[in-house]
Design a protein around this ligand. Structure first.
Ligand code: C2E
Ligand code: MG
Ligand code: MG
Ligand code: MG
Length: 284
């Protein structure tokens, strides 16, 4: 013990690093197994048309069903999946599963504007050379109308290499799918570039929706983002709508769509099935 106390700080540091590295390796092995065993599931969160209160779409969010009682959230495994490349297989599984399931819902609950499905794409996926044909393949296989599919990308995933991003986004759009920019405002979008990107939907990060509670500036920021989106002919979805107050303010600003705990947490297939079968009347 006395000896251990006398050890150099470097060794303590090394040991911490070692524990972390072993932890990463164990997690990587676990994730690999989970992928093989199909232990991942999707939850879906409604995206609501703020003008009508209708569910206009869903966002697919992956979870890891580690055991019957343990559900692990993406915050605890997505970054390792990214670092190890496992996100490539996982991401394609998510897209396929989401398109298949949504296609069935579109058939079961037909309407004038079919339900949209939003799927997150990581930076690593976006950098894959065969991304476009892979997505094309999944769209064709599942038979979903590509115009109802929205791929969510973050600013950092796209801005890293603007020229390439513009080209890839153009190719994706040629497939018919729509592009959403996720967590808008948290990255480092260059406003001078934004208009060159073929983007369809801007998702206002929930930090800005939260800020509407405090200062007048909070409202101003959301107002400014809405104007920016309009000038770029983009649709807007506000993330993190948690209260009736958020909803009222967003409506007053003319924001067309919202997503958040006020409407519904992300829920499993049965939960969405129930929401679609008997839609709640939100804030009407
Ligand atoms: P995101 O794409 O921005 O997804 C929204 C996240 O905010 C979800 O967390 C959702 O549960 C949470 N959220 C929704 N409404 C509210 C609200 O009113 N208040 C608060 N505080 N939070 C709300 P989740 O499911 O834990 O996912 C976290 C992130 O993990 C996602 O952020 C996305 O970046 C990533 N992710 C999730 N699924 C996938 C996936 O299939 N592939 C990839 N690459 N990333 C994914
Ligand atoms: Mg998202
Ligand atoms: Mg988001
Ligand atoms: Mg977010």
């Amino acid at each position: 013990r006395a000896k251990a106390l006398g050890k150099s700080r470097y060794e303590v540091f090394d040991r911490t690093m070692h524990v972390q590295a072993v932890g990463q390796l164990a997690l990587e092995a676990d994730l690999r197994r989970a992928l093989q065993n199909q232990d991942f599931i999707l939850h879906y969160q409604p995206i609501v048309d703020l003008r009508t209160g209708d569910i206009s779409g869903l966002e697919a969010l992956v979870r890891w069903q580690k055991s019957t009682t343990e559900l692990i959230y993406p915050g605890d495994f997505i970054s390792v999946a990214e670092d190890t490349g496992l996100i490539l297989d996982l991401g394609m599984w998510v897209l396929r599963e989401a398109c298949e399931t949504t296609r069935a819902w579109q058939l079961q609950f037909p309407r004038e504007r079919p339900l949209t499905i939003s799927v997150n794409l990581s930076a690593r996926q976006f950098a894959q050379p065969d991304l476009v044909p892979q997505i094309q393949h999944i769209i064709a296989d599942t038979g979903i109308d590509p115009e109802t599919v929205r791929l969510e990308l973050t600013e950092s995933a796209t801005m890293a290499n603007a020229e390439r991003a513009i080209s890839v986004l153009g190719q994706l759009r040629s497939l018919g799918v729509r592009i959403s920019i996720d967590d808008f405002g948290t990255g480092y979008s260059s406003l001078s570039y934004l208009h060159r990107f073929p983007l369809d939907v801007l998702k206002i990060d929930r930090s800005f929706v939260l800020q509407m509670d405090n200062a007048k500036e909070g409202l101003q920021i959301v107002h400014t983002i809405l104007n920016l989106a309009r000038s770029l002919s983009m649709e807007v979805v506000a993330e993190g709508v948690e209260t009736e107050r958020h909803l009222r303010k967003l409506r007053a600003l003319g924001c067309e769509a919202g997503q958040g705990y006020y409407f519904s947490r992300p829920v499993n297939v049965a939960g969405i099935q129930a929401l679609l079968a008997s839609p709640p009347e939100w804030g009407s």
